[in-house]
Design a protein around this ligand. Structure first.
Ligand code: ADP
Ligand code: MG
Length: 743
């Protein structure tokens, strides 16, 4: 292959210290920022570009307009205001006049700039006591750089490296590298309307126009996505080619009896899913399938169907879930749904024996555990439900055939590998998500799996009426509904974020607002929101489940039978509470998010979520899905303080407006960006520095298509795509590489 120009793998071998402008001290600083090689430097992308196109003299600025000025810092200071907030001011002058930039609650701003430094400021002009001001403008150190567009880099005070210096290093690196080898042939680039690699590196770091910058960004983001997709497509092929799969070829009597015994008809979507799963199981290569479906779509039945097909052929099934409560719950519903199901056994009198199901978690008592381990190793247990304990040391299966993972994004490549180790043949794997995830995210995170979607809810489900109740007065509506529904013989849940007022926030410490991606690149449009989230002191303290139970039982819900459930209770205390609620011996269950997934009580018709602004969209949707599980009308109340952050308001409104998990997932992506969707599974997995699952939805789809095409054309990527292969290998994480070379 004719290759001219620098290759990424080559640049990865050149230390930044080799640049003339980088001395040993700065090299150390750069290393602290994880910029060690010229490749690291080139892929240290600008956060945005300062656009000085419409620069104006300060004296000409009129109130209310958005403007760009360049000038020198005259002074900067910070002080506390009477209301406790702090105010930092940076005064900038350009010879025609001066401008005060003010920043609330960002005292570090005053330290960021020194007198005499040249900065560019972008913001909206206001007049205060006849002085020109900008509140929270974008302010960038530009130094002596000329040019209309200046790239602004993530910089580090601690490492002592400024955006300005990065600019100079990049200038040298780009000048010396000149040309970059392009892994995509020109015709493919033309088809995809992508600029060349050389134009892309130039355009992202030294743009001559905003169009150029966006085109560069698009190309580089595409490259990131393509490398990832090539990897995923490769892995899928490797999985499929694995010769150790099991062909589960059974008549399906056990499955038929199971389905006949169900108290309901399958939905069309469930039928279709079972057909797909069955075909996978029958094939000689291991199944690797993702099952997505909205809350309440009936994924459990599909999972059990898969497990039973394996069990009928004499294999064992494992059902793995993320939490103990969920394991207990799934174990119970598996037992209930399996009922008196019998499996043919010629060694027995009468030729039948019951399907043996067991539960294994870290809480399983030692004696029971060792008995159970024996039964798993001997094959006496057909189906085991459990947590990650299932893939721990010492758990051995006689004939593990089918594995279902109810995942919630906590089950990654390593766990899959660990499970494989447990069996001599590769078990078939079905991964289920708790709530739908957006299409582009599914392609990225689960791009190595086949997909099945349950896009239909069982018939006769009444919609859940959802209301947001801000403030204590409105909250009463929720308690009134609980009283009415209990009087009508139904039950209710109340969910609080904390366990006790000590503040232990058990399952999901994530703060949904905290996870919003910084969207600097949009700032070119002048859209900046620096205060998306109210400062902590303005948030009311979260309610704790133990105290709330007392308060409710002696207050608005006096006279009702109110139970308590949280994850820090030992299992032996939790089980009777769940059992009592299921049996209708409790009217109300006050709980933490332990009830988020899997809890299934059709008679419950009211869900009250306190401090609902503290939860993310997917979590709220999942919690709401605990009601509306029958044809009874159900209600969901989102209780919050009088005011919530703007982001929280968007989330709550989304919940009120839509009950469709697929729609909400897209909405969540719009609001929060890809990071949260990818979560831990994505971390350290690849190099998505520029690509953004929200903004680049179309690119994700394109990258997938191209990856499929390329791998089909040149499976080992040794021909035209040799350079692409080299890049995948050079940019992929260690963990990922281990996988790559294994297959
Ligand atoms: P999810 O997809 O959220 O995991 P589940 O599998 O927990 O949903 O099912 C939700 C409830 O709906 C359960 O009570 C289950 O028994 C019931 N269910 C499942 N499939 C059907 C169906 N086809 N018709 C009626 N009810 C169903
Ligand atoms: Mg479920």
């Amino acid at each position: 292959m004719p290759l001219t120009g620098r290759r990424l793998a080559q640049l990865k071998g050149i230390g930044v210290g080799e640049l003339r402008r980088v001395g040993p001290r700065k090299a150390t600083g750069l290393a602290q920022m994880e910029i060690e090689t010229v490749l690291d430097l080139l892929t240290h992308y600008p956060r945005r570009v300062a656009d000085r196109t419409n620069e104006a003299p300060i004296a000409s600025l009129e109130e209310g307009v958005e403007a760009v000025v360049t000038g020198e810092v005259q002074r900067s200071s910070s002080r506390r205001l009477r209301n406790g907030r702090s105010l930092a001011e940076v005064v900038v002058a350009d010879g025609t006049g001066s401008l005060t930039c003010s920043f609330f609650n960002q005292p570090w701003r005053a330290r960021q700039f020194e007198t005499g430094q040249r900065v560019t400021v972008f913001g909206k002009v206001s007049l205060y006591r006849n002085r020109r001001q900008m509140a929270n403008p974008l302010i960038d150190l530009v130094g002596d750089q000329t040019g209309r567009l200046v790239a602004v880099y993530p910089q580090s005070h601690k490492a002592g490296v400024t955006s300005l210096e990065l600019n100079r290093y990049l200038e040298e690196a780009l000048d010396r590298a000149k040309d970059f080898a392009d892994p995509l042939p020109a015709p493919l680039r033309a088809e995809l309307e992508l600029v060349s690699r050389t134009a892309a590196f130039q355009g992202i770091h030294r743009p001559e126009s905003l169009e150029q910058w966006w085109a560069a960004r698009r190309r580089l983001a595409f490259d990131e996505l393509l490398r990832l997709q090539v990897l995923l497509v490769w892995r899928r092929r490797a999985d499929a080619a694995s010769a150790r799969g099991i062909a589960h070829l059974v008549p399906g009597h056990l499955l038929d009896r199971f389905l006949e015994g169900l108290p309901f008809e399958l939905t069309t979507a469930q039928r279709r899913a079972i057909v797909e799963v069955r075909a996978d199981l029958a094939a000689g290569h291991p199944m690797n399938r993702l099952l997505q479906g909205d809350v309440g779509a009936g994924k459990t039945v599909v999972a059990l169907a898969a497990l039973l097909l394996g069990i009928e052929g004499g294999y064992q099934g494992a059902f793995m879930v993320p939490t103990e409560v969920l394991a207990e719950q799934h174990f119970l519903s598996a037992r209930r749904l399996l009922g008196e199901l019998e499996i043919e056994d010629e060694d027995r009198l009468g030729g039948n024996r019951p399907v043996m199901a067991a539960l294994l978690t870290n809480r399983t008592p030692a004696a029971e555990r060792s008995r159970l381990l024996g039964d798993l190793a001997s094959g006496a247990v057909d189906l085991v439900v459990g947590t990650h304990a299932l893939i721990s040391e010492g758990v051995d299966f006689a004939r593990l055939g089918v594995v279902v993972v109810d995942e919630q994004h906590r089950f990654g490549v390593e766990q899959r590998a660990a499970l494989r180790e447990k069996a001599s043949l590769d078990p078939d794997l079905l991964v289920m998500t708790a709530t739908p995830i957006p299409r582009t995210a599914a392609m990225t995170v689960y791009g190595d799996l086949d997909h099945t979607t349950l896009d239909e809810l069982p018939a006769g489900r009444a919609p859940i009426s959802t209301r947001w109740l801000p403030g204590e007065r409105q909250e009463r509506a929720a308690w009134k509904r609980v009283l009415d529904e209990v009087a009508a013989g139904h039950q209710a849940y109340v969910v609080c974020p904390l366990v006790g007022s000590g503040g232990a926030e058990e399952e999901e410490p994530e703060d949904p607002d905290e996870l919003i991606e910084e969207d600097d690149e949009d700032e070119g449009d002048g859209v900046v929101e620096l205060f998306r989230r109210p400062p902590d002191e303005e948030r009311r303290p979260a309610r704790a489940v133990t105290e709330e139970r007392e308060a409710l039982a002696s207050g608005p819900l006096a006279g009702l039978r109110v139970g308590l459930l949280h994850g820090q209770m030992p299992a032996r205390e939790r089980e009777p509470v769940m059992a009592a609620f299921r049996a209708g011996e409790l009217d109300v269950l006050v709980a933490t998010t332990v009830i988020e997934v899997g809890v299934d009580v059709a008679n419950a018709t009211v869900m009250v979520i306190e401090d609902a602004d503290r939860f993310g969209i997917a979590q709220l949707h999942q919690l709401r899905g605990r009601v509306g599980r029958s044809s009874l009308q159900s209600w969901c109340y989102l209780v919050t303080a009088e005011t919530v952050s703007e982001q929280a308001e968007h989330r709550l409104r989304a919940l009120v407006t839509s009950q469709n998990g697929f729609e909400l997932a897209e909405e969540d992506l719009d609001l929060r960006g890809g990071g949260t969707v990818l979560g831990a599974r994505q971390k350290g997995r690849s190099d998505l520095k520029l690509a953004n699952l929200r903004r680049d939805r179309a690119l994700v789809v394109a990258a997938r298509e191209v990856a499929e095409r390329i791998v089909a054309e040149d499976p080992s990527l040794s021909g035209d795509y040799g350079l692409l292969r080299e890049e995948v290998e050079a940019t992929v994480s260690e963990e990922e590489r281990a996988f790559l070379f294994r297959s």
